[in-house]
Design a protein around this ligand. Sequence first.
Ligand code: FAD
Ligand code: FES
Ligand code: MG
Length: 308
Amino acid sequence: MAASEFAAVEDAVHLVLDRQQLSPNVTRLVVAAPRIAQVRKAGQFVIVRLGPGAERIPLTIAKVDAAAGTIDLVIQAVGKSTFDLCELQPGDAITDVAGPLGKPTELITSGHAVLVGGGVGTAVIQPIAQALHASGVRVTSVIGGRSREWVILEEELRQVGDVVTCTDDGSYGRHGFVTEALRDLIAAGGVDVVYAVGPVPMMRAVAQLTQPAGVPTYASLNAIMVDGTGMCGGCRVSVGGETRYACVDGPEFDAHLVDFSLLSDRLTTYRDFEQQALERREACRIGALSAQAARVEAAAAPTEGAPA
Ligand code: FAD
Ligand code: FES
Ligand code: MG
């Protein structure tokens, strides 16, 4: 390979510069991606491929530092690819980070916005909250987790507005689901728009709450994506009876028009393969650990003829 080709390969690799564990299964990686950091807008995402042979997965650009040339990825470990990414350490590299992709969030420019984040959806609302705050909009973030240790990014969101934190077990903040807190905010009036990001049942419940109240609502759809460019059709969703591609037409859509049942069905399409990939990953790790233990044991064992 010519020297110039080496340079091109090196240029394409994205170094992990920092890593932080935000909750038992959510990790923040600060990744070098100078060109993306320059141009990304709130609501956009990247398609990441850890290395050769790895699958491509979409991740929201949670935060950028354009001067430092970095983007933050906040990743919830749910399957093979996300477990692999969450294990990266500073100094490791990601082969491909393509983006920014998707349409930026449609931001209101005045009034009161309520952002509802369930689980890792909190990482997706973070850039939206920052952008709304920067344009003078009042922001209330409603975030939740199973218990206190699963709540993420609360401090960051407090810097750009009010935060209502909910835990399922009542161990921190308000006891109950984010949708219950949202119901109270809607009942109090004065909410101009709602942005919802999280598991499908949560986004559906938010849409069902805000529709009768006539509050415009956007949901960020977590459809399965492959190329992220509108070519493969993997991310198709139904909005207002029309087929749309979440990667290029979204990922945010009018939540009152989304067919959440179809989205939910499509998310389970590859579940058997995903389970097998995770099981193979676990088996490889156990194999590698056993081999390592055997090597350590062999190294520690007295050699033949040596004094015991
Ligand atoms: P798997 O075991 O392969 O899959 C677990 C579940 O994740 C599947 O059942 C399916 O519902 C979903 N999934 C699997 N493959 C894909 C795929 N290629 N694209 C989308 N969903 C998939 N997660 C985060 O932790 N942080 C984020 O910031 C984030 N942002 C996202 C932004 C967008 C626009 C979308 C569409 C998804 C985002 N996700 C985010 C979800 C993330 O892409 C999936 O959790 C991830 O792809 C799962 O891969 P896996 O191999 O670890 O798990
Ligand atoms: Fe292929 Fe959207 S991910 S069309
Ligand atoms: Mg996968």
